[in-house]
Design a protein around this ligand. Structure first.
Ligand code: ZN
Length: 131
């Protein structure tokens, strides 16, 4: 398993971590299998989406902000319930198939670390299983 550190730079952001995922798969030596990327945080998540047009990330974060307003009468005293909700909507992990030692991603797909309550020092884990 590979563990990576990530210092997010904004309150909300999506960081392309595909290069780290590719490195972790290479380190594993697995040629055929499945790779899980996991985020051990309750106000962040992992997803796969478009890497080509940065407006897509902007629109994703904007749409989630409309779906889950920061202030909405939440009870959680820490004041970041919106970030917890977004973490659950996005999910704490994503899996990608591995073929010939590479993640099977579409031309426009990348793996993203989603920050919903930053900036913070974060980490994510990558485990590749042979199958
Ligand atoms: Zn909280």
């Amino acid at each position: 398993m590979n563990k990576f550190e990530l210092a997010t730079q904004a309150h909300e952001s999506m960081s392309d971590i595909t290069a780290q995922v590719r490195r972790a798969i290479a380190d594993s030596g697995v040629r055929e299998g499945i790779c899980t990327v996991y985020c051990p945080h309750t106000t962040a998540g992992i997803t796969i989406n478009e890497n080509a047009d940065p407006d897509v990330v902007h629109d994703l974060l904007g749409a989630m902000a409309k779906l889950v307003p920061w202030e909405a009468g939440y009870r959680h005293a820490e004041g970041n319930s919106a970030a917890h909700v977004k973490s659950t909507l996005v999910g704490a992990s994503a899996s990608v198939l591995v073929d010939d030692g590479q993640p099977v991603l579409g031309t426009w797909q990348s793996v993203f670390f989603c920050e919903f309550d930053g900036p913070r020092q974060r980490k994510f884990l990558v485990k590749t299983l042979s199958a």
